[in-house]
Design a protein around this ligand. Structure first.
Ligand code: ADP
Ligand SMILES: Nc1ccn([C@@H]2O[C@H](COP(=O)(O)O)[C@@H](O)[C@H]2O)c(=O)n1
Length: 232
């Protein structure tokens, strides 16, 4: 069986069968989708709606925020002053390694993140390989190595004032922040880093979603994913 799998290198990347070394069965290379956009643009909402409609059975989600660097060696005082909107804040090597594992149908132990403590949490989550894998985060389209693994690149485009209002509400309700803290972080790092790094990554997108998680766009992406799952 292994020899048979290795004799099929000429098929296109999307349809290339690979051998699962544990089961000996032939599996299709997953279809990887990147969903980028500014903080509060609606990336998680688009991802959730698409996965809900397509079904969780054949899909897996990688949340890029879980790959913020582990900062347990720093004090809390040091951690609150870090720039979380610069690419250096992320563990790119681990992200690429784990996405590549999933692409090769190998399960991963995805890290998890604690926004209140500003560091990686102790728990990891097992993510099983799936027909469709979504990588969602502000820098989902930033890194060439990751982009090269993707078959569909999406940018969620939402006006800055809308994104800021959403972030203000969310960060106070869900991420343990005060209003003053959200405003000062937005002015110091979120806004300038968005303009420098996140917004320019839009040029790598195959599809740009205006107005965030708008229903017609979400329906089109969902239809594409369902057809991929049905043909897999
Ligand atoms: N189209 C929308 N209409 C209203 N609220 C939205 C919409 N999209 C997202 N939100 C809300 O805005 C907040 C941020 O959205 P989220 O999807 O988490 O953004 P991101 O993942 O890009 O930071 C959430 O509270 C979410 O419920
Ligand atoms: N300790 C941290 C880590 C990240 N952030 C902010 O999260 C934003 C990205 O997440 P979204 O769900 O909003 O896309 C990013 O803009 C960071 O500023 C943080 O505040 N604290």
């Amino acid at each position: 069986m292994l020899a048979f799998c290795l004799m099929l290198p000429t098929l296109s990347d999307i349809m290339r069968p690979v051998c699962n070394h544990l089961t000996g069965s032939i599996m299709t290379t997953p279809f990887i989708i990147g969903i980028a956009g500014g903080s509060g643009s609606g990336k998680s909402t688009v991802t959730r709606k698409v996965i809900e409609a397509a079904g969780t059975e054949h899909t897996a989600v990688i949340i890029q925020d879980n790959y913020y660097r582990d900062q347990s060696d720093l004090t809390f005082e040091q951690r609150i002053h870090m720039n979380y909107d610069h690419p250096h804040a992320f563990d790119w090597a681990l992200m690429a390694e784990q996405l590549d594992d999933l692409r090769n149908n190998v399960p991963i132990q995805m890290p998890t993140y604690n926004y209140t403590e500003h560091t990686r949490a102790k728990e990891t989550v097992v993510v099983a390989p799936a027909t469709v894998i979504v990588l969602e985060g502000i820098f989902a389209l930033y890194d060439k190595a990751l982009r090269d693994m993707m078959s569909l690149k999406i940018y969620v485009d939402t006006d800055p004032d809308v994104r800021f209002i959403r972030r203000l509400t969310r960060d106070i309700q869900e991420r343990g922040r005060s209003m003053d803290n959200v405003i000062s972080q937005y002015k110091a790092t979120v806004r300038p880093m968005h303009n420098q790094f996140v917004e320019p990554s839009k040029r790598f997108a195959d599809v740009i979603l205006p107005h965030g998680a708008n229903d017609p766009a979400v329906d089109m992406i969902t239809a594409k994913i369902i057809s991929l799952i049905q043909s897999s």
